[in-house]
Design a protein around this ligand. Structure first.
Ligand code: SAM
Length: 246
């Protein structure tokens, strides 16, 4: 539905620009007035269709980018290849999943330390990406049971490959909602503020008492953290640590 709305805004914007452009005085070179007309129309339609505001930037840049890239006369197969790779990496993003962006080494080290403090036996990661957390964790603690969930195919494959020597680490190519949340001493997640309320409700009901939830960067609304760990990385990430109670 999201893609359909975006597509509709672009196509209708194009039709409006094609109809209106010949009626207006030619005031600029290199199709600039045409681009402005098309993107303004696309933005208006996007707003009417109630697309999130960040689509405005995409509607502004889409047509000029198409023209700019066409000027290089690159074979269409390259665009198809790039599209396929992006599709494999950002698989669920179009349906609203959080896209891939990676935790820093600071976050990984802090998680390793927290797992040690907890004397954890089992660990889960929801949305595991390419194994930024699980690969070093599995190496550090070969007896820790590590299960991870990652829905996007390419990051999942990379995760599996990077963990191939770590017998204690498994990554499932499926939704994080398939996790048996009550099986773990520590659960780590780095997702988005949009998902946190839902995560909060599900984990509150399903994680076992005494276990620890670590959320990188995004707090769970309404939960009282046992600890907020401030890291010294560039983005000044905070790790929100929540103890699950009865
Ligand atoms: C912000 S990245 C974090 C990656 C990794 N945890 C890290 O810290 O480097 C979020 C990851 O969650 C995955 N993801 C988003 N929604 C998901 C879902 N519903 N089920 C499984 N994975 C999901 C994305 O594909 C992406 O790789």
């Amino acid at each position: 539905m999201r893609l359909l709305k975006a597509f509709l805004a672009q196509i209708l914007g194009l039709i409006i620009a094609l109809v209106a452009d010949p009626l207006l005085p030619d005031i600029s070179y290199d199709n600039v007035d045409f681009f402005i007309l098309q993107s303004s129309a696309a933005i208006l339609i996007s707003l009417v269709l109630r697309q999130p505001r960040w689509w405005i930037l995409i509607h502004c840049l889409f047509l000029p980018s198409v023209f700019f890239l066409l000027s290089f006369q690159v074979s269409a197969y390259w665009y198809l290849l790039v599209l396929c790779i992006l599709g494999l990496v950002f698989w669920g993003t179009i349906k609203g999943d959080v896209p891939l962006f990676l935790s820093s080494t600071h976050v990984t080290n802090a998680v390793i330390e927290l797992v040690y403090r907890e004397s954890a036996v089992s660990f889960a990661e929801l949305g595991a990406g390419i194994g930024t957390i699980t690969v070093p964790l599995a190496k550090q603690y070969p007896h820790l049971i590590i299960n991870a969930w990652e829905r996007a195919p390419l990051p999942w494959l990379i995760n599996i490959w990077r963990n191939r020597l770590n017998k204690n680490s498994h990554c499932f190519c499926s939704s994080l909602w398939d996790c048996d949340f009550d099986q773990y001493d520590v659960i780590f997640t780095f997702l988005s503020p949009v998902l946190m309320p839902e995560i909060g409700v599900i984990l509150r009901n399903n994680m076992r008492p005494g276990s620890l939830l670590i959320s990188a960067a995004f707090p769970v609304p309404g939960w009282e953290p046992e600890l907020i760990k401030q890291l010294n990385n560039i983005t000044r990430t905070q790790l929100y640590c929540y103890r699950i109670t009865d």
